[in-house]
Structure formats: structure tokens, C-alpha cells
Design a protein around this ligand. Structure first.
Ligand SMILES: Nc1nc2c(ncn2[C@@H]2O[C@H](COP(=O)(O)OP(=O)(O)OP(=O)(O)O)[C@@H](O)[C@H]2O)c(=O)[nH]1
Length: 274
């Protein structure tokens, strides 16, 4: 679409403009010579300049650069949180429940790229804004999801409690985070717990197996339902609290002059680093 000019329009001319004054005769343009005619013709076949070309479609949201203290969607974000997991496990529903306190049972729609929500949380006297990135679970977008977990302070790795294959996929994301994003705290989240309330036999992932795994990787474990809201607030509250507590602890130890290089758990320190 062409750009509209702002400001008042000139009145339409009623007839040919008459040049007046002393130089009227000399101001009339001379008929174009062969060189000018060639330039004019060539201009018609010139490619449009880059700036004149139509802008490419925008991604759903621009990937963030930093993990915390960055501005995203016009809001200052303290901690970047990323949701990862197989498609259909309920990541978007979790964000919807957390941010808007609702559940949309309608037809399932894949996330394309990623979606962003800023959630303001209270931790004691403090306010923390979590910048939550909901990634696409489809393996097609795997490379893109990697962009979104960069610099994250926390990752909520989701699996569907009724689907054991989704837990294998969750393990894949945990490995990725452990290898590439040392400073990211991991929260395992078994989703759709309401389906187990309906029928216990639907459970496809054993709670104790996951608990052992969570202990092994030093992760927190939650079983949530976006449909009923079970444990969703608790999950994000824990993310915010950990962010505040570990950041505060780091500030305290830095003030005391502790050599961070001597700590045994690199995971812990980089997690708190701004
Ligand atoms: N019963 C029940 N269904 C859920 C729950 N959470 C999500 N669902 C359903 O599971 C389907 C997938 O949910 P989404 O939130 O779109 O899943 P997703 O992980 O974001 O999927 P991708 O965007 O493809 O990665 C939808 O039909 C949801 O209604 C839940 O807690 N309980």
C-alpha cells in the first residue's frame, strides 16, 4: 500500500499553470534531448529501491536478546521464562490460565513461532515481571525454540501426564538446556491432571519415576491442569520466588566478596546473574 501524505491537500489546479515575471520565457523546460529521453526510459525499468519494497511479514513476536532486565513488548521484564515441550501438551493453555485465568477448550491450534506474555507477580514486598515465552512444540520449529530459550532464567518443560512419549520429548529439552543454557532453572510440568481425576488409568507417566528424574536434574516438579487451574499459580509463583531468592542471594554473596568461581554448582550462579 502506498503511503498517504499528511497535511492539507493543495487545491486542484483548474488549468495550466502560468509562469509570470521576468524569467517566464526562460523557465519553460526545453524539449528533452536524446540522453534525457534515454534516462527517463531506463528509469521505468529500474528495480524499486530496498526501502520502497513491501516489508516482509513480521514474525509473531521478535525473539528476545537477553534473559532479564530487558524490555519486551514495552514492559520491563525481570526474568525470562520459556515454555518447552512436545506439541499439544498444553503449553499455550498453561500460559492462558496463568495470564488470563481461563481455559479455552475449543479446537486445538498449533503455536507458530512463539508467543509472549508478561506476568506481574508479587513475592513478599517485591514485584517481579516474568516475560513468558510460549514456544511451538512441533519439531518443525525446534530450531526456532532454541532461539527462545537463550538467556532464560527458568524453563517450564511440559509433558502430558497421559502420554509417555511426551515425557521422552521433555527429557530431550532438559538435555538441551543442560548442555546449552546452564544458568536456566528447570521446572518439570506434567499437564492435564484433570484427565487423571476422571480416570486414574489414563496416567501414562509414573509420578515417582518423574520425581526421581527431577531430583537427578535438580528440577522442581509440578502436576497441573489448565482446565481446572490446579497448581498453575503455584508453578509460576515458585518460578518468581526462586528468581527473587537466588538473585538476592547472589547480591548478598557478591557484596561479601565471595569468589563465585569456587562454587561447586555453576548452575546456581549463572542462574542468578544479570
Ligand atoms: N483436559 C485438558 N486439556 C488440556 C489441558 N491443557 C491443554 N489441553 C488441551 O490440549 C490441547 C493442546 O493444548 P495447547 O495448549 O494448544 O498445547 P501446546 O503445547 O501449546 O501445543 P503447540 O502449540 O502445538 O506446541 C488443546 O486441545 C487443549 O484444550 C488441560 O489441562 N486439561
Amino acid at each position: 500500500m502506498g503511503r498517504r501524505r499528511s497535511g492539507p491537500r493543495r487545491p486542484a489546479r483548474s488549468g495550466p499553470r502560468l509562469l509570470g515575471g521576468r524569467h517566464a520565457a526562460s523557465a519553460r523546460p526545453a524539449p528533452p534531448g536524446p540522453a534525457a529521453r534515454f534516462r527517463r526510459a531506463a528509469a521505468r525499468f529500474r528495480r524499486p529501491r530496498a526501502s520502497a519494497a513491501p516489508a516482509p511479514p513480521r514474525p509473531v513476536v521478535a525473539p528476545p536478546r537477553g534473559g532479564g532486565g530487558a524490555r519486551m513488548s514495552g514492559r520491563r521484564v525481570d526474568a525470562k521464562v520459556v515454555l518447552l515441550g512436545q506439541e499439544g501438551v498444553g503449553k499455550s493453555s498453561l500460559v492462558e490460565r496463568c495470564a488470563h485465568r481461563r481455559f479455552r477448550p475449543g479446537p486445538y491450534q498449533n503455536t507458530i513461532g512463539a508467543a509472549f506474555v508478561a506476568k506481574v507477580m508479587s513475592v513478599g514486598e517485591q514485584t517481579v515481571t516474568l516475560g513468558i515465552w510460549d514456544t511451538a512444540g512441533s519439531e518443525r520449529y525446534e530450531a526456532m525454540s532454541r532461539i527462545y530459550y537463550r538467556g532464560a532464567r527458568a524453563a517450564v518443560v511440559c509433558y502430558d501426564l497421559t502420554d509417555s512419549s511426551s515425557f521422552q520429548r521433555a527429557k530431550f529439552w532438559v538435555n538441551e538446556l543442560q548442555n546449552c543454557e546452564e544458568g536456566c532453572r528447570i521446572y518439570l510440568c506434567g499437564t492435564k491432571s484433570d484427565l487423571l481425576e476422571e480416570d486414574r488409568r489414563k496416567r501414562g507417566v509414573d509420578f515417582h519415576d518423574v520425581q526421581d528424574y527431577a531430583d537427578e536434574i535438580k528440577a522442581e516438579l509440578f502436576e497441573t491442569s489448565s482446565k481446572t487451574g490446579q497448581c498453575v499459580d503455584e508453578l509460576f509463583q515458585k518460578v518468581a520466588e526462586d528468581y527473587v531468592h537466588f538473585t538476592a542471594f547472589q547480591v548478598m554473596t557478591e557484596e561479601k566478596g565471595v569468589d563465585l568461581g569456587q562454587r561447586s554448582g555453576a548452575y546456581f550462579y549463572s542462574c542468578c546473574h544479570h
